[in-house]
Design a protein around this ligand. Sequence first.
Ligand code: HEC
Ligand code: HEC
Length: 365
Amino acid sequence: MNRLIGNIILVILLAIFIVSCDGDQIMSSRDLENIPFNPEPYVVDVPDGFPILEIPEDNPMTLEGVELGRRLFYDPILSADSTVSCASCHFPELAFTDGLRRSIGISGQQTSRNSMSLVNVGFYYSGLFWDGRVQTLEEQSLHPIEDPIEQGNDLDALIEKLKVHEDYAARFRMAFGIVDRSQINRKLIGKAIAQWERIIVSGNSRYDQYKRGEISLTDEEDLGHSMFFDFDDGFKDAECNHCHNVPLFTANSYHNNGLDSVGNDYTLFKDIGLGINGIENDTGRFRTPTLRNIALTAPYMHDGRFMSLDDVLNHYNSGIQPARNKDPLVANLEISQESRDALLAFMEALTDTSYLKIPQVSSPF
Ligand code: HEC
Ligand code: HEC
């Protein structure tokens, strides 16, 4: 009997011990307040000639905010079952795309669109996503988390997980000065990821080096350059620069570049793109993607229909389909193989992976 009581007491003591250990791990509010809040400003190195990097007044960039954003981006904790991180569909080495026609999210589900590059995403002020449905990075970052195909999570459930996580509360404290873990909220998650995304800047391709007078282009690149910008009367104007213009190689404008044969019948567009705004003539228009790092971001177009840049050039050369709202600047080019090779060489001269060397761009895990 005594032994039984002794055992029961032992079990109770053990239980108290385990509970209190657990309690120790989770920082109390007082512990959080003891962690210093002295965020250090983060200055982004913007290449010459780039637009101004607009930073929202209520989300200044700090080293601590960027670091928190980086951790959230690379952490699968953001998905419901902790299997899918943002980086699952945005690999740093592929200019933050994933090499797939359409991305794979939670439980092996396939998205309806091709993953987008995040390089220079901080400079896009005319809407985000292929259809421009979101305006700011702060807001955008929360979408994949709750998208049932991408990360399939519930933001409130994620916030509960972050609150009890051994590391995150302290990082929210250092970045945003919270005094209690209950202050972790969706706004701060969006702000941190947006701060991190703004550091991914690329402007040091062969083309940029040529523009700065540091190198010359090869003859082939030079011919492609002339065609792209229509600098040479001897060759056909390929018209590319009107939509994919410098310095970002996108005007961020929305167009139908002739992918689908729909004629006058807009119901034939499988994906209505910008048409979600309810304007009939915007149906089937998509945001012009950047051509910076284009050699790294295959497959191409909003649905990943083209596997290679050669396929893309086939399209612009002879595959343009009729539609009432097709942009008049795209028409079958019907150019020689030599001219096509030149355009390809020029696009390849837009590759620049120096963004990978920016501290804090790559995974911390
Ligand atoms: C399952 C794959 C997947 C995951 C996970 C994912 N993305 Fe994406 N991302 C995509 C696809 C596909 C698109 C294009 C979607 C569209 O236009 O509707 C996209 C678009 C974007 C864009 C828009 C870029 C632009 O130029 O408009 C940003 C920014 C972005 N993702 C950031 C993130 C962040 C941050 C996370 C994590 C919170 C994340 N993504 C998680 C696949 C994914
Ligand atoms: C009228 C504007 C316009 C012109 C002119 C134009 N493009 Fe595009 N381009 C777009 C749009 C819009 C898309 C995305 C279409 C989609 O996915 O529905 C695109 C997509 C692309 C892509 C795929 C990008 C990706 O990330 O998937 C490449 C490569 C490309 N264009 C190269 C060119 C070249 C080379 C030229 C000149 C021969 C050219 N474009 C002319 C608007 C244009």
